[in-house]
Ligand binder design. Structure first.
Ligand code: H2U
Length: 352
């Protein structure tokens, strides 16, 4: 039998954060594609559309009028998935029919007054304002809620309903599943090795370099060893940071810089506005603000669906739904591909 080559031979890789495995089948990347091809989104978005409910001065579905905002702008989602009040479900002692109260609030944050911009083509100063607004939201909403989920759905392919640059914030009285698991796995790692898992992981990845796409003084952007989505990446600070609001001024500037670069690389891959879902994970808030959260490390996750071209995406169906996540190209191949792309956005010149 030949010796193991991760680019040729199938294997499963462990995700220590989720405590599960991903099947890696690199030999499959060669297969021809006869399946669904996505429609390219119209790239021409008007800078201002008074009918777009996310634009400055526009009237939203509930009749409220947006401020004539000039920077970031936050408003309460008019169609929130969670409300702050409501009757609790009745208690049940049947283990098969369990329900629990769920309270929360949902907000929308516009990144910029112009609809035809995205983060990589906004200026460094403007992206820095987004970072500060994220931190403020985490502080304000974290006073009340156990979990504050900041996330951006970008592109219609990811279910984004509006081309205006924006993200959402969903806050809850409970720890959502992903975080419940990550809280547990990181705590177990910390108790066993006396070091936060992701601090340890970042140090090791910085030595190996195989999966690092970009780094600067304070941040590293890499394709995690256990990545599931083709060009999934993870953004981590180089020091131990619990929450986004704990970032220093220099770290926030440096975050804006690396975000612009990597998001430019993403867009440069197929010369389209690269769709993705991204979000921040850090130590829980609310009643956990006072607790011991040393096992947590702040990080952002980027999950883009595109695989072969601007029109062929990865489907998480069949085996993935019924058995386990699977990917074709390896995390190292994805990192190499991303490293090779320009950090300057295809729509911008070097000087702008
Ligand atoms: P997405 O594009 O990621 O779906 O985010 C847009 C959000 O904006 C969505 O959650 C909200 C939607 O509920 N929204 C309002 O709150 N008011 C509106 O008038 C339109 C959209």
């Amino acid at each position: 039998m030949s010796t193991f080559d991760p680019i040729e031979h199938q294997h499963i890789r462990f995700n220590p954060l989720r405590g599960d495995w991903v099947l890696v089948s690199p030999h499959r990347a060669k297969r021809p594609w006869k399946g669904q091809v996505e429609k390219l989104e119209a790239e021409k978005v008007p800078r201002h559309d008074p009918k777009n409910p996310l634009c400055p001065g526009a009237t939203r579905s509930n009749g409220e009028v947006n401020e004539d905002y000039e920077s970031t702008y936050v408003f309460k989602n008019d169609f929130p998935a969670m409300l702050e009040e409501g009757p609790p479900p009745p208690p049940s002692d049947d283990p098969l029919f369990q329900a629990a109260p769920a309270y929360g609030t949902c907000k929308v944050m516009c990144f910029h007054p112009w609809s035809d911009l995205t983060l990589p083509i906004m200026s460094h100063k403007e992206v820095r304002k987004v970072v500060d607004a994220w931190a403020e939201l985490n502080v304000d909403l974290g006073k009340k809620f156990l979990w504050v989920q900041l996330f951006e759905n970008k592109g219609a392919m990811m279910g984004c309903s509006n081309p205006h640059p924006h993200c959402q914030v969903w806050c809850s009285s409970f720890l959502p599943n992903e975080l419940f698991v990550k809280d547990k796995t990181q705590k177990e790692y910390y108790d066993k090795y006396n070091k936060p898992m992701l601090v340890d992981y970042t140090e090791k990845e910085l030595k190996k370099k195989e999966r690092v796409v970009l780094e600067n003084d304070y941040w590293v952007w890499l394709v995690p060893y256990w990545a599931v989505w083709p060009y999934e990446t993870m953004l981590l600070p180089k020091r131990h940071v619990l929450r986004i609001e704990d970032l220093t001024d220099a770290e926030r500037d440096s975050l804006a810089e690396i975000m612009k670069k990597l998001l430019s690389k993403y867009d440069n891959m197929f010369e389209v506005s690269f769709p993705y879902s991204m979000g921040w994970h850090g130590a829980p808030t609310g009643e956990r603000l006072k607790g011991d959260n040393q096992h947590w490390q702040l990080h952002a996750l980027y999950y883009p669906p595109l695989l072969r071209s601007a029109t062929v995406k990865k489907f998480m169906v069949g085996y993935e739904m019924l058995a386990q996540s699977q990917r074709d190209l390896t995390a190292e191949q994805a990192a190499e591909k991303l490293r090779g792309l320009s950090e300057v956005h295809y729509k911008l010149t070097e000087e702008s």
